[in-house]
Design a binder for this molecule. Structure first.
Ligand code: PNS
Length: 159
């Protein structure tokens, strides 16, 4: 069985992430979505809220597991006995950051390989940060996030 770990902040999950996961399921039998617990990074949603939102979105998909992790990604991969990390690639701006992370992860554990899936062009410029910024300023982001995330975003922002 082929398994990949799809790590990220997911603050919150966007349709871009959903699309990468759907494409990922054509390459892997099972994907573990791993939400980073990073107390140093200010986030809008708690790790538990982020995990719940992803679980809700993929409730009918038995091949997607949702979990959270702290510390090094390669250590989490070792604990889960998974050797493939899945990441999505959007605009050129992602490339250097992703190259750095993939190389660092390979340096830390050469048994872990990173594979990339190109983002769907509909979501090429969609990121959790830009979605949060637009929503905070009153913009309509309902087509960029799953419906349940959209409503949670609005209530989080007090609307
Ligand atoms: O969604 P993001 O914020 O781009 O995801 C980044 C993430 C969570 C994949 C990355 O920050 C990560 O793996 N952090 C865990 C700490 C770690 O392993 N660092 C060394 C490799 S960069």
């Amino acid at each position: 069985m082929s398994v990949a770990i799809y790590p990220g902040s997911f603050d919150p999950i966007t349709n871009g992430h959903v699309s990468i996961l759907q494409s990922g399921l054509t390459c892997f039998d099972r994907i573990i979505v791993a939400v980073l617990q990073n107390p140093k990074k200010r986030s809008l949603f708690t790790v538990e809220e982020r995990v719940d939102m992803i679980r809700e979105e993929f409730a009918g998909e038995p091949n997607i597991e949702v979990d959270s992790f702290g510390g090094l990604l390669v250590d989490y991969c070792r604990r889960k006995q998974v050797r493939v990390v899945l990441r999505g690639l959007r605009a050129v701006a992602d490339f250097e950051y992703e190259l750095q992370m993939a190389n660092m992860n390979r340096h830390l554990n050469e048994d872990v390989e990173t594979v990339f899936i190109m983002a769907n062009d509909a979501y090429f410029y969609v990121s959790s940060n830009i979605v949060k910024e637009a929503a905070t300023l009153g913009g309509d982001v309902s087509r960029l996030v799953p419906p349940s995330v959209g409503s949670k975003l609005l209530s989080k922002l007090g609307r």
